[in-house]
Write a protein that binds this ligand. Structure first.
Ligand code: PEP
Length: 253
């Protein structure tokens, strides 16, 4: 059975005290208001991983926003999967479009990071998405297919079954533009069909596929009611406890 997941990506926001304060609010609200069995994950900057993993308990899981593809050693400024795992974090975002674009992360590098995460028992949330040009010129199915093929489809079936995919159209991230529920459903169904072609029906049916891109309490309900949308990766709205927990709540309504 695939899981329903709401994951927040704090990006490079919130100093130590601000992070603890927002996270404590989120944990309390989730405790009070969550109905149903969604998994809630927050992916803060590295400085927060350990303290928030302790505060989150069973209610809210913690993920990193990135890891190195290397095991350890002379890689100044990097953080390893083993280090992230040792904080109590259980998830890691891999291939966010901001890392692909600003840090030139290739599909091959992302495949190596994914393998490294799995070696250390971190659950990857693997992001794919097309630019506005690729959407407008109609090449987006090919673009997404290539990201899946090179980033993920060399995994064994057992490893692939630990992956969550986030479809994040780049033109919708932080822009206030959202894919329509129909556009998002169309792509989620396409992603699931590509998984089925590679790993079979059961694996495809069990894979959680999240939508990300200007998701908010107003549009969440319609997006999440699509049959192939299993939750969301939330950027801006995860920095406001009310908006983030409202998104969790509408998931159930
Ligand atoms: C994201 O960065 O993963 C994201 C979806 O951002 P936003 O919700 O702000 O568009």
């Amino acid at each position: 059975m695939r899981k329903n997941i709401i994951a927040g990506n704090w990006k490079m926001n919130l100093d130590y005290n601000e992070g603890v304060s927002l996270f404590s609010e989120i944990v309390n609200m989730v405790k009070d208001e969550r109905k149903g069995d969604q998994l809630v994950v927050i992916c803060p900057p590295y400085i927060h991983l350990n303290s928030l993993a302790k505060l989150g308990g069973a209610e809210v899981k913690i993920g990193s926003q990135n890891i190195s593809d290397n095991e350890s050693g002379a890689f100044t400024g990097e953080i390893s999967a083993k280090m992230v795992k040792s904080t109590g974090a259980e998830y890691v975002i891999i291939g966010h479009s901001e890392r692909r674009e600003y840090f030139a992360e290739s599909d091959e590098l992302l495949a190596a990071k994914t393998k490294k995460a799995l070696e250390h028992h971190l659950n990857p949330i693997f992001c794919i998405g097309e630019t506005l040009d690729e959407r407008n010129n109609g090449s987006y199915y090919e673009v997404l297919k290539k990201q899946l093929l090179h980033g993920l489809f060399s995994l064994t079936e057992a490893d692939f079954s630990k992956i969550t995919i986030a479809y994040e159209p780049i033109w919708a991230i932080g822009t206030g533009l959202t894919a329509t529920p129909e556009q998002a459903q169309d792509i989620h169904a396409f992603i699931r069909s590509e998984i089925e072609a590679n790993y079979g029906f059961n694996v495809a049916d069990d894979t959680s596929i999240l939508y990300g891109g200007s998701c908010n309490p107003k549009n969440a309900n319609e997006l999440f009611s699509q049959k192939d949308i299993d939750g969301g990766l939330i950027g801006g709205a995860s920095l406001k406890s009310r908006d983030f927990t409202d998104i969790i709540r509408v998931f159930n309504s």
